[in-house]
Design a protein around this ligand. Structure first.
Ligand code: SF4
Length: 80
């Protein structure tokens, strides 16, 4: 991954969500209840390769349902 013009990264941690916001397309998604998540090792690899990026957005689904959110947050915070 090269720096180029990349300003930020968006990482979709999970499709899971426990809400049903009216405006959200996610609620109709068959993946909504999926237990699949972005693996922490993959996140770390991406962040290592994109260390030049100043902003990383974590989203989902409901990001707070991501099982390894604190670990994810901790890994990134130590790199700053
Ligand atoms: S993914 Fe976000 S917007 Fe969609 S239902 Fe869940 S909380 Fe609401």
């Amino acid at each position: 991954m090269k720096a180029g013009n990349i300003l930020y990264l968006s990482l979709k941690l999970t499709n899971r969500c426990n809400l049903k916001c009216a405006m959200c397309g996610q609620i109709f998604s068959p993946e909504r209840s999926s237990k699949e998540e972005l693996e922490l090792a993959a996140i770390n690899k991406i962040l290592d390769e994109a260390s030049f990026v100043k902003q990383v957005y974590l989203f989902g689904g409901e990001t707070l349902l991501y099982s390894r959110l604190l670990e994810c947050w901790s890994c990134y915070r130590t790199e700053m």
